[in-house]
Write a protein of this length. Sequence first.
Lengths: 336, 337
Amino acid sequence: MSDAPVLQVEGLVKHFPIHGGLLQRQVGAVRAVDGVTFSIRRGETLGLVGESGCGKSTIGKVVLKLIEPTAGKIVLAGEDVTALKPGTMWTHRRRIQTIFQDPYSSMNPRLPSGTIVGEPLENFGIAKGAARDDRVAQLFRRVGLRPEAMRKYAHEFSGGQRQRLGIAKALSVNPDVIVADEPVSALDVSVQAQVLNLLIDLQEEYGLAYLFISHDLAVMRHISHRIAVMYLGRIVELTDKRTLFTQPLHPYTEALLSAATAPDPKRRRQRKRIVQGDVPSPAKPPPGCHFHTRCLYATAECKVTAPPLLEVAPGHHVACLRRPVGGDPGLLSIPG
Amino acid sequence: MSGTPGAILEVRDLHTQFSTLDGVVRAVDGVSFDVARGETLGIVGESGCGKSVTAMSILRLIPPETGRIAAGSIKFEGEELTTLSEEEMKRLRGHRISMIFQEPMTSLNPVLTVGTQIAENVVRHLGVSWKQGRERAFEMLDLVRIADARRRLDEYPHQLSGGMRQRVMIAMALSCDPQVLIADEPTTALDVTIQAQILDLMIELKEKTGTAIVLITHDLGVVAETTERVVVMYAGRKVEQATVEQLFEEPLHPYTRGLMRAIPRLDVEADAAGTRPRLQEIPGLVPILTQPIVGCAFAPRCGFATDRCRSERPPLVDAGAGHLVACWELDRVRRTA
């Protein structure tokens, strides 16, 4: 893992306008992403975890420049790509690719899979004709598909195989960064293991950086090096995986961990769920700390002041007013 | 075969098949199990293993245009369900056997208030007045801990969050005090913190009302935390059945073992260097169910498979203390850690 970040995101904001009334004027905004900063190094996986509506998928789309940010800065391999228009952004797309949850919906049903995987090679002028076919066959083998399958159509593959196709396509242009948005959520457990193992192998082989988006904490723990926990458009905690699971500092992280199920019947009786209620709407997030409505430790100040994301220990960032810098990690331990 | 004492639901040698252009799909291929009064039975397996079709068969919701229960028996409180008329089934469903599904929005009527929908069920099955039905709806919403239940009665499904909709479904399903609740992936579409709340609620209500729950899921974590007994299905067949403690303590079928090793674990520490232990893959794919499966359905993907596994279907045997497993190579599997 090298130290230079291959992707840097600073103060990223994405608001979606809400129109209403007779004249369809803007009456509000969904604050999908509300000031998010992080970076990813070569060969590193940064996990973005959070529940529906926390903005994790929107971050993925903004970073890919599939949608324009409202504010903030995106630096890809040292180059500021924030303001680039589609025409100029295009040349940078070689560096950043994506894998979707449902690869099927991103594949032309009328094209053979080999053509789908080889398309980026032609688009970016990397290879064509026989050279392209060789490269595609190589990619097929690398992701565990038989090169003869190049003639088959997307519908002829199983879910796991389609995800392999999606990975092959993303890999074809030798990207630096891959944004993977819930890439294994739709897969069965036995197939999920195959795809996760493949992603890890490819990362080690090519030094890929992953922005890995998922709601599944166990998958996160398996694949990520560092994890950012998001709640209603903001990062509430960001640290290395080990620290996050053994010494979570934000009450929301604790709540998420307490809610996760584990395949061990002995644990169920000891479990103490520590979160109630629903996630509020991102169109009307609560003032102050967004989590205060569900937080066991919220004080009057939490209702008015939005806590900044502070580095409380080397590499461990937390946004909680009750978490003093360098403070006692036992402060927020769960009572009882 | 006689049922377990106290069994409220007895499924025997169930075969459910669908006619497709590719041939007959044997979605459920000879499955038997009992549900005891007041227990939580988990049915676990991956896509296409037949777990949902089993549930649909019990409820007689298999679309008659394409599918049918080809053989077998389903007895509820001693009464044979497979031969009941649709009218008789309608009197049973939502009353003595009820169900909740994965996506509550597709089960709720978008143009009726939730109060009306719950009251409708109560009025139809219990023959009470509309006013009493409404009152019951209020009690049920309150029971599933929907805050401000009186006001929520008059809201439409789209005004509720996903977690609240699933609470409404549970309220409706339990509104006529059913003996059995069949829950098909009830929390799969929900966020983690909401899933935890719904699972806790289901277990709490089960203890309060004595309703038996058949919980169908692909999620071993959900099974471990909520069920008492578990049936593991693969390719339309039951391959293992045990108490939840037995199953997670010593899974005996190679498929169950494979599943447990394939899931990333939240509760397992990485080693000091933080290296990721490799997940164990189950090689290959599930069999195509349009072709008759000779021998053990898992044999092509199984490291223990022998010629016998590929030619003879293994019977379910008791491996001790009621732990049933269908595997010819049980002794070898047991000796392998």
